[in-house]
Design a protein around this ligand. Structure first.
Ligand code: UD1
Length: 417
């Protein structure tokens, strides 16, 4: 088994660069299915999830080539509209090919998606929206099959501003006949990034980044070249690492507007954050102040940084409360942090963290992608050695994490055990 081993207690210092956003790249890749010809996506991080999405697209008949940080995707040769279940099971985001396949080819079949173990994560909002656009959907034996002659525009209201449902529906509506209005849409920066690429392909979309998105369907879309936005969750993770080690990091390739809630919470915790043109300068503080954090859809505090903040707050001087409102079962990292001496109690959607002076190295598990980042944060700050198992979760979303952290002073490596 491969493990990450960290010798804790080293202060991080230096400059570190954020990669392109995983959560943007995956829908952008799916969007290429809406076109014939060669699209180029720039600043693509080399991650396990990108590899899985490439395999999904290749299995349908696209060709994906990763050349020097750019993905060249040609979706002219689509032969199949059914994605292999082994791939779909690996990654929930593979469900994002549903909308484009339906809109372009009138048919899609795939198994119910898998992904990180952070709750039930249904897909009802995707399916309700696609039905509103005219799709006929049947579910049998763990497979979803959808057909349509041509999608037609409609008014859709999402019961929750789901990121994936908003993306799937935007892509489907881009080629539908007539107008679509998505109400209570997700407002995440990744939605704006997708809208920008779809508009570069010739789509007519207004309002991305607000909770009402208006789409006037067009007959066809053309390939495009697009640069992915920086990964705000990776940026936030590095900021927390600087804070947890009492270090000082200049983090580049950051759009600070995307992480306002994170900057605000770090400042509240006593961490110094200076915003620059292309990044942030974070100066840690050995005396962290406890803070309460509530996760919310964007622009609220991101659920994808909840675990990392929990790791940080285990070292604050007092009691912090974290409330998770986006996912119903996203505290598995608390048990792992407790193995490192953290004092945490969870009940329902809340976790109460009583800060302690020092964490201690231990053998822990990355129970999901962001929980894995939390384990790295805790182990960087801890006394002694920590071994983190199940690191394939971390490799789904953090490009060259050990290399990047070693370059700013961490003692971290991957071993085979
Ligand atoms: C995306 C992100 C993920 C992030 C999440 C919330 C990607 C590839 N992943 O996931 O990192 O944690 O947004 O910011 O972009 N829900 C339903 N029915 C649905 C869809 C969702 O009930 O049809 C619920 C989910 O169970 C969850 C909540 O809505 O409780 C948010 O999910 P959603 O915004 O859809 O997350 P994802 O798009 O899966």
């Amino acid at each position: 088994m491969r493990k990450i081993v960290v010798e804790g207690g080293k202060t991080l210092r230096g400059q570190i660069e954020v990669s392109g956003a995983k959560n943007s790249v995956l829908p952008l890749m799916a969007a290429t299915l809406l076109t014939d010809g060669l699209s180029v996506i720039e600043d693509v991080p080399w991650l396990a999830d990108v590899d899985v999405m490439s395999a999904v697209l290749n299995s349908l008949g696209s060709s994906c080539d990763y050349i020097c940080g750019c993905l060249h995707i040609n979706s002219s040769g689509i032969k199949k509209t059914e994605a292999p279940s082994a791939l779909v099971q690996k990654m929930r985001a593979s469900f994002l090919v549903m909308g484009p396949l339906l809109a372009r080819y009138g048919h899609a079949r795939m198994s119910l998606p898998g992904g990180c173990a952070i709750g039930a994560r249904p897909i009802d909002l995707h399916l309700k929206g696609l039905e509103a656009l005219g799709a006929e959907i049947s579910i049998a034996d763990g497979y979803i099959e959808a057909t349509v002659n041509r999608m037609h525009g409609n008014q859709i209201y999402l019961d929750f501003p789901s990121v994936g449902a908003t993306e799937n529906l935007m892509m489907a509506a881009a080629l539908a006949e007539g107008h679509t209005v998505i109400g209570n849409a997700a407002e995440e920066p990744e939605i704006v990034d997708l809208s920008n690429m779809l508009c570069a392909m010739g789509a007519n979309i207004k309002g991305a980044g607000t909770n009402i998105i208006r789409i006037e369907g067009v007959k066809n879309l053309n390939p495009a070249r697009h640069t992915v936005i920086p990964d705000r969750i990776e940026a936030g993770s590095f900021m927390v690492m600087a804070a947890a080690t009492g270090g000082e990091l200049i983090i580049t390739n950051v759009i600070t507007e995307h992480i306002k809630s994170v900057i605000a919470k770090l400042k509240e915790a006593g961490v110094k954050v200076e915003e620059g043109y292309d990044g942030v300068h974070v100066i840690g503080n050995k005396h962290l102040i406890p803070v309460d954090v509530k996760t919310l859809p964007y622009p609220g505090f991101p659920t994808d940084l909840q675990a990392q903040f929990m790791a940080l707050l285990t070292l604050a001087g007092g009691v912090s409360v974290i409330t998770e409102t986006v996912f119903e079962n996203r505290f598995r990292h608390a048990e792992e942090l407790k193995k490192m001496s953290a004092d945490i109690k969870t009940a329902g959607h809340s976790a109460v963290i009583n800060g302690i002076k020092r964490l201690h190295g231990a053998s822990v598990e990355a129970t999901d992608l962001r929980a894995g980042a939390a384990m790295i944060i805790a182990s960087l700050a801890a006394e002694g050695q920590t071994k983190i198992s199940h690191i394939h979760h971390i490799e789904r979303g953090y490009e060259n994490i050990c290399g990047k952290l070693a370059a700013v002073g961490a003692k971290i490596q991957i071993i085979e055990e």
